[in-house]
Design a protein around this ligand. Structure first.
Ligand SMILES: [Zn+2]
Ligand SMILES: [Zn+2]
Length: 172
């Protein structure tokens, strides 16, 4: 008797960790369902179902039926390895690109450093990791460091104290 192949849904469920990290993104409630199977180079889970399919697309179709033509399945939680249907939505490719750009745009919309100095051309430099840095804050911290170094030099030399007597160890 030939062994009954396990249904795809059962194989799929065996590769999902439902106790994933809780998403902090609004609109993606509860924990991510982390795909523990294979992933592609971009970090999306992959699943064999007669052919290789993306795990999150499979999860979406299990929950909602087939993906309408021409739509992308987007991760609301921005976690590409997540297959929680509540974190997935079918959107147009254009909307998908905008959603990603939005993430970048939100950061660009920040126009002042945490201390409130404006990120304008004169006051902004770009750190090696690509983030914007505030010159006013850098200058202030360099000034503080120099002042601290000066104070250090001016401080009287404190004679080394004689080493603290070590308590004698009594043999047990
Ligand atoms: Zn998620
Ligand atoms: Zn600043």
């Amino acid at each position: 008797m030939a062994p009954t192949p396990r249904p795809a849904s059962v194989r799929f469920a065996s590769k999902v960790d439902r106790t994933g990290p809780t998403s902090l993104v609004r609109g993606a409630p509860g924990p991510c369902h982390q795909w523990t199977g294979a992933r592609n180079a971009k970090g999306y889970g992959t699943f064999w179902n007669s052919r290789t399919v993306k795990a999150h697309r499979f999860a979406y179709e299990q929950a909602n039926g087939s993906i309408p033509d021409g739509l992308d399945v987007d991760h609301i939680c921005r976690n590409r390895a997540c297959v929680n249907p509540a974190h997935l939505r079918a959107i147009t490719h254009r909307e998908n690109i905008l959603a990603s750009a939005n993430h970048v745009a939100r950061r660009a919309a920040v126009t002042a450093c945490p201390a409130g100095h404006t990120y304008d051309d004169a006051n902004t430099y770009v750190a090696p990791n690509g983030t914007r840095k505030c010159r006013a804050c850098k200058t202030a911290s360099q000034r503080a460091a120099r002042a601290a170094a000066r104070d250090q030099q001016r401080a009287p030399v404190i004679p080394l104290r004689s080493p603290r007597p070590t308590p004698e160890r009594t043999a047990a």
